[in-house]
Write a protein that binds this ligand. Sequence first.
Ligand code: CUA
Length: 351
Amino acid sequence: MNEDSRREDKIPVVQMLVVGFIASALGIAAGLAIEWFPESASTQAGPIDHLYDVLIWASVPIFVLVTTVVLFSVMKFRMRPGEENLDGPPIHGNTRLEVVWTAIPAIILVVLCAYAWIVLVDIEEAKANEMRVNVVGQQFAWTFEYPQAEGEPIKSNQLYLPNDRPVRFFVKALDVIHDFWVPAFRMKVDAVPGIETKYRITPNRLGTYPVVCAELCGLGHSVMRATARVVTPEDFEKWMAEQKAPAAAGGEGAAEEADGKTLFTDGNGTATACGACHTLADAGTNSETGPDLDETLAGADAAKIEEAIVEPDKEIAAGFQAGLMPKNYGDTLSDQELEALVKYLGEVAGK
Ligand code: CUA
């Protein structure tokens, strides 16, 4: 009898070890196989993704250990019929056990934190030839400012970056807390009113990547998006030159740039597309995030339309709230673009 029960006690431990080992191996394999992040586009992504893999190696076995012990205990020590009113045996603390289960997690945490800190310091190292970009978050839009040697900074609703050039973002918020995140670059930081937060990345792959707000900031949080375009240094210079002198471009390009309908539907690379939030029959858009412009702008004169774009909170359409539409279009649209947009809306709204 005694021998039997002792053997019975040993078997579950061996079983637990075997089950735990297999479950850990499966969990780690699945954790490493899943594509957690989009394709990377910065030199910082490599060390960060590696750090993430190490965390999976460290955390999956612990998760498996805890859940296996819990499940085992639930099965092995469950209450049987007739035992409902029995109290369990009195349990005293086991000091040695408590020291061990406190020390081991503490050591694991310290080692992982040290590793993460070293990675962060490493990828945040200042680089030569660094470019500065100011990022301003407000309900519900991003504005990117490129300071120049002279005069006002260039402002844009889209983030343009030259490939392989280190960049440092200086992030601010005008109203509530936002969070500036380009998943393809991996780094992200809160935009907090009253302080300036920063981070560095070096884009290393040409392409177009989403910029998102990663902090719930109000009704329009989900539409607080922009696009990061990593372009060749030549294309970047070209874009900067266009931003400096939009009127001087001349020819067909300029005519296209000032086309109100194009601006409305796809933003033309310079502004958030109005059509992403507004219904307008002529443009073929049907979003209901903002007011239906065929209704609200029908019969409005040019001054009224311009006010609705530049000072959206001055008059709020029925059923909508103040603060939903970005207030930065006066900054990010050029005079020509604003004029073209007003002209276009005046011609087609409500028709
Ligand atoms: Cu800004 Cu969420």
